[in-house]
Design a protein around this ligand. Structure first.
Ligand code: PLP
Length: 377
């Protein structure tokens, strides 16, 4: 039996044991509703408060500036709709490489009259702060730029973008779903007004997220009801999952720099091994600052689907940057926005690793990848 190899941590991560153990009592005996005034409720309330403080500690804001949601998609929708929906003459500046969780609500709002500008991306997967600045107008209502791209792993020049926007009094949001827990993320140093966090990208469960909202900034709630999350997001708190997100943030706070360096080391091993395989390839966003556990690699004259199915046959999980439909290949919108070279783009695979990944896993990945590439000829 072959050992399964998971190299798709950017899609999702497992719940780590320390996170699960923190959650467990809140799935069983500590089942109280944080809104109840009795002992059960108060215990749940304290747990939610602690989780909020743990999230705030990781991103350097005040606990009162953290709002829990069900996922990154909800956080992004809350920002876009909560700030822009129904506002006459509203203008949003975002980028062509955002996740659909930004692009789709932005397009839906554009259909209703929002003025939408998508800044481009260069060949290294970076947005140009100058282009964002030039796109801003006196009535621009929001700038939203992701912190790290989920496909390339490229880390955007966000502090520069935010400072130009804020000089004009424009609030700045970042979808930091792929960055939080992987690199140091400090909302104050970045100069952000709003920031999205996804639980399941940092070893908390799926179905929990958070939104940082700078104190004083007002958003229209999208879920109205019992007034939880200080009225911004009603619905009885998913206490166990919030506790999980808090524990995951606490873990990241403890050893972020060390774990980042370890994962960068795995990346060096991977790249050296890849060079040793002798297959024609290109690392996208090579010259950009990147996440420690992401490599977006285009294999020359190959189709991503063939590599993926070959690897799947050897029990390796990765993901594609291009999809095949019959004879046609459609590139991901990120590769398209980067104008990726046509010799490499159709054969693009995203390799992403995380805390449980060992050097032995990387060596085994390279071994199996070598077999697949050799079989494809
Ligand atoms: N934003 C980014 C950058 C992502 O990578 C993802 C998930 O892939 C999301 C948003 C959406 O996350 P979720 O599906 O958990 O809402």
């Amino acid at each position: 039996m072959m050992r399964p190899l998971y190299f798709d941590y950017n899609a999702t991560t497992p719940i780590l044991p320390v996170v699960f153990e923190a959650m467990r009592p809140f799935l069983t005996e500590h089942f109280g509703n944080p809104g109840s005034g009795h002992a059960w409720g108060m215990r749940a309330r304290r747990a939610v408060d602690q989780a909020r403080a743990q999230v705030a500690g990781l991103i350097n804001c005040r606990p009162e500036e953290v709002y829990f949601t069900s996922c990154a998609t909800e956080s992004n929708n809350l920002v876009l709709r909560g700030l822009l929906e129904g506002v006459a003459g509203a203008h949003l500046v975002t980028t062509a490489m955002e996740h659909p969780a930004i692009l789709e609500p932005a397009r839906a709002l554009a259909y209703l009259g929002l003025d939408l500008t998508l800044a481009g991306v260069d060949g290294q997967g970076l947005v140009d702060p100058g282009e964002v600045e030039r796109a801003c107008r006196p009535r621009t209502s929001l700038v939203s730029v992701m912190l790290a791209n989920n496909e390339t792993g490229a880390i955007q020049p966000l502090a520069e973008i935010a400072s130009a926007a804020r000089e004009r009094g424009i609030p700045v949001h970042s979808d930091a779903s792929q960055a939080v827990g992987k690199i140091a993320v400090d909302v104050a140093a970045l100069g952000l007004d709003l920031m999205t966090i996804a639980g399941h990208k940092l070893y908390a469960p799926k179905g929990v997220g958070a939104l940082y909202v700078r104190e004083g900034l007002k958003l229209a709630p999208q879920m109205r009801g019992g007034g939880q999350e200080r009225g911004l997001r009603s619905g009885t708190e998913n206490v166990a999952f919030l506790v999980g997100l808090g524990a995951a943030c606490e873990l990241a706070s403890q050893d972020l720099a060390q774990e980042e360096a370890r994962q960068r080391g795995l990346g060096r091993l991977f790249l050296e091994g890849l060079a040793g395989l002798g297959a024609d390839h290109m690392l996208f966003a090579e010259a950009s600052p990147r996440l420690p556990g992401t490599m977006f690699v285009g294999f020359g004259c190959r189709r991503a689907a063939d590599i993926i199915s070959g690897l799947a046959g050897l029990d390796v999980a990765v993901s594609a940057g291009a999809a095949c439909h019959g004879d046609a290949t459609s590139l991901s919108h990120v590769l398209a926005a980067m104008a990726a070279p046509p010799e490499y783009a159709p054969g693009t695979i995203r390799f992403s690793w995380g805390r449980p990944t060992t050097p032995g896993d990387v060596a085994e990945l390279l071994e199996r990848l070598g077999q697949v590439l050799a079989q494809l000829g």
